[in-house]
Design a protein around this ligand. Structure first.
Ligand code: SF4
Ligand code: SF4
Length: 494
């Protein structure tokens, strides 16, 4: 098939320094008859060569090669069929769903105070961005002397309602993981191990770590469970609802094999279901086994993909004893997933979050769980909208990856990430400096924190707690009655 991209080199500007040749892990560049050439078919448009070229002599353009016009059978449809007719296999992709479904974040606008209920200047007045996740008491309780009992079930404290989403060591490089761990520690927030276990060097970041227990149970042992401040049971994820995971044996090397506790070279296959969970009662057993194993000191998070009936599922999870529910929408990223699943299964986080929050309120059990929203959080405005729709915090995955240097070439599944993130090739992993990676993550979260307090101040709100579930702060635009009803918001002008 004709390549999707073309590498254009300006020969007048090029000084033949060979940097592009040496930097490209996809081996796009080569010499022929002493002339620097490029094999466009290998280019994934990761921009490594473009950004590093000292003379700005390179650009990547989309190929203008076309098939005969057809409004139904698109170029992608044709090429996917050619690929599968050739390979006989399923198509794999990385990152989140890129299809043209509605983006509900962009169909909601945020309120600001005018005249009455004056706005607050966040530069001059205190703004509280701290938040706590976990079960809360329904009523104020007092001891026999009338004093309020303030003890709560175990809580997670976040300086700002942002957490780094689960991304496993193995899918990501060691340097990526340590960057996330250091940034979470500096920011006083949390990062998440994902399903690949916890490298022994990262135990020191335990106070800012969520450890994950997924269906493959890789790297799960007593010390691991003790290491983090919370345990997340992964039932599903937005990028691949209903299916398991697969890290190929060629990536299971060295420390990854030790951390996952599986032999080098063996495929790490996470089954689609947990083989001991087929009901809410079964889930409850795992929730309480993990609580028991850690002396009831750590909140248990249950992560699910946003799917049909998500509110009924969440209601069951709240009743299973879980302290926090994490809901991952269909824009959620991943290192590898079948393309058809990524692009067609699941629902948007905006709708899922609003319907779960509403249902838990109607059932009178909202206080028994906190909600974390994830799956395509792109900026601070998305976070403010998520909080107003009922989230207690958000997970960011793709945004964190972008801060680390990802250029969204969406070829993580090939294992050759030129930016050193989604790869285990030692020549590539060293391209990400932990020092730089963690600083970029800290900068991103700090910048978003400033923007969140600006927006809160504009609304006349001075604490995250007052923003949570405050749907009066949102109005819908370009939405139909049903969408407004599910989101629980009014139309602009109302
Ligand atoms: S990096 Fe730029 S200047 Fe160096 S060889 Fe490649 S195109 Fe030429
Ligand atoms: S992590 Fe690397 S391979 Fe994956 S999309 Fe980003 S730049 Fe591409």
């Amino acid at each position: 098939m004709y390549p999707n991209y073309e590498v254009i080199r300006n020969e007048k500007k090029c000084i033949n320094c060979n940097l592009c040749l040496n930097q490209c892990s996809n081996e796009v560049f080569y010499y022929e008859n002493e002339e620097l050439c490029s094999d466009d078919s290998k280019c994934v448009n990761c921009h490594r060569c473009v950004e590093l070229c000292p003379k700005r002599a390179l650009k990547i353009v989309k190929s203008d090669h076309v098939y005969k016009d057809n409004n139904y059978w698109t170029k992608d449809d044709l090429e996917d069929i050619y690929r599968q007719a050739n390979s006989g296999g399923i198509l794999l992709s990385s990152m989140g769903n890129p299809q043209k479904y509605p983006i509900y974040w962009d169909k909601m606008v945020i309120n600001a105070s005018q005249v009455t209920n004056p706005s607050i200047d966040p530069l001059r007045e205190p703004m509280e961005t701290k938040t706590f996740l976990g079960k809360k008491s329904a009523n104020i309780k007092r001891d026999k002397y009338g004093k309020i009992i303030t003890t709560q079930p175990p809580q997670l404290k976040l300086s700002v309602p942002i957490m780094f989403a689960a991304m496993s060591y193995g899918a990501l490089s060691y340097n990526s993981h340590e960057s996330l761990a250091r940034a979470a520690t500096e920011l006083d927030i949390l990062y998440n191990t994902g399903e690949g276990g916890l490298h022994k060097n990262l135990y020191k970041y335990g106070k800012n770590t969520v450890v994950q227990v997924a269906s493959g149970r890789f790297g799960v042992h007593k010390d691991y469970l003790e290491a983090g401040v919370a345990i997340e049971i992964k039932m599903g994820q937005g990028a691949k609802p209903g299916i398991g995971g697969h890290l190929p044996g060629k990536k299971i090397i060295g420390d990854i094999s030790k951390t996952r506790m599986i032999p080098e070279g063996s495929d790490a296959i996470s089954p689609a279901p947990h083989h001991d969970i087929y009901s809410i009662e079964d889930l409850r057993q795992l929730v309480y086994s993990l609580k028991e194993a850690t002396d009831y000191k750590k909140p248990i998070i249950v992560k699910i993909a946003a799917v049909h009936n998500v509110s009924a599922i969440a209601s069951g999870i709240a009743r299973s004893g879980a302290d926090i529910i994490s809901i991952d929408g269909f824009r959620g990223g991943t290192g590898a997933t079948p393309t058809r699943i990524r692009d067609n299964v699941g629902i948007p986080i905006e709708m899922a979050l609003a319907s779960v929050d509403q249902r838990l309120r109607e059932e009178g059990i909202r206080h028994t769980v906190s909600l974390i929203a994830s799956g395509g959080i792109r900026n601070s405005a998305d976070i403010v909208k998520a909080l107003a729709l009922g989230a207690d915090a958000v997970y960011i995955g793709t945004s964190a990856m972008l801060a680390l240097g990802c250029h969204m070439c969406r070829s993580c599944h090939q294992g050759n990430c030129n930016w050193g993130l989604a790869t285990q090739n030692p020549e590539l992993t060293k391209r990400l400096s932990i020092e730089q990676g963690y600083k970029n993550l800290v900068n991103l979260v700090r910048a978003w924190e400033h923007e969140i307090t600006d927006m809160m101040g504009g609304m006349g709100i001075n604490s995250i707690e007052a923003l949570k579930g405050n749907r009066l702060m949102l109005r819908g635009i370009d939405l139909n009655e049903k969408e407004l009803q599910i989101l629980g918001i009014k139309y602009v002008g109302e």
